[in-house]
Ligand binder design. Structure first.
Ligand SMILES: C[S@@+](CC[C@H](N)C(=O)[O-])C[C@H]1O[C@@H](n2cnc3c(N)ncnc32)[C@H](O)[C@@H]1O
Length: 216
């Protein structure tokens, strides 16, 4: 492990709650871009749903659980001259992302811990990451605080909740029980944190959710 990773880990030792997923994703990081889904396919599918995402030039975006930054550059391109901040609690993932010369700011942050960020965002996007947040209410409360009053949360997967939950079971280990809530569970979660569910689509090759702060 490098000095930077060591330093990042020490800084975070009080807020990681010994989440075994940090080691899991740290170990996955070196092979993430070569052994996972084809990045070109991912980006091409992302571009197909660009309009649905509603990212516009000038917006400030927070990407939570960015991994090695596979989609961060694409997000940055869409919102230019706006800004993309991409966070992940795996120091190894962030170290790889930071070396890619992507026009985004990469930070090691645990979205289920104490999040000390001053900026507020137009859109918070969780791409292929939400199921892994060990405390979903805490993550959503943090996200709520990080959004501008009329900001949007987007949760996106290039598969459906049923398929994804089955996949995590098969992967096993630290992520075996990680699940993407279905529509009914999202309603309950959102009620607890004061969010409105604007749109949810859950089909075998796409999960798309858009939510925002409750008004009035
Ligand atoms: C399946 S990976 C997806 C990475 C990236 N979005 C991609 O599509 O390549 C899930 C990511 O979420 C991150 N993650 C899990 N729990 C987290 C948490 N509590 N706070 C921040 N990041 C977290 C992991 O470290 C991992 O990089």
């Amino acid at each position: 492990m490098s000095n930077t990773q060591d330093k990042n880990r020490n800084t975070m030792q009080n807020i990681l709650h010994n989440d075994p997923r940090v080691d899991f994703f740290d170990n996955q990081a070196p092979n993430w871009d070569t052994c996972g889904p084809d990045i070109n396919v991912t980006l091409s599918r992302l571009r197909q749903i660009q309009n649905k995402l509603g990212l516009l030039p000038g917006m400030n975006i927070l990407e939570v659980g960015c991994g090695t930054g596979q989609i961060s550059g694409c997000l940055a391109e869409w919102v230019k001259p706006g800004k993309v901040v991409s966070i992940d609690f795996s120091p190894a993932m962030i170290q790889i992302a930071s070396k890619k010369n992507i026009h985004a700011e990469f930070k090691v942050i645990d979205i289920c811990g104490t999040v000390d960020m001053k900026e507020r965002f137009d859109i918070v996007i969780c791409f292929h990451s939400f199921p892994h947040f060990r405390d979903k209410i805490k993550a959503l409360l943090n996200i709520r605080n990080l959004l501008k009053p009329d900001g949007m949360l987007i949760v996106l997967h290039l598969s459906g909740s049923k398929e994804l939950n089955e996949f995590h079971k098969n992967v096993g280990g630290a992520v075996a029980g990680d699940f993407l809530p279905d529509a009914e569970e999202w309603e309950k979660l959102f009620k607890k944190i004061g969010f409105s569910l604007i749109e949810i689509e859950d089909k075998p090759d796409l999960f798309f959710l858009r939510g925002r702060l409750k008004r009035g």
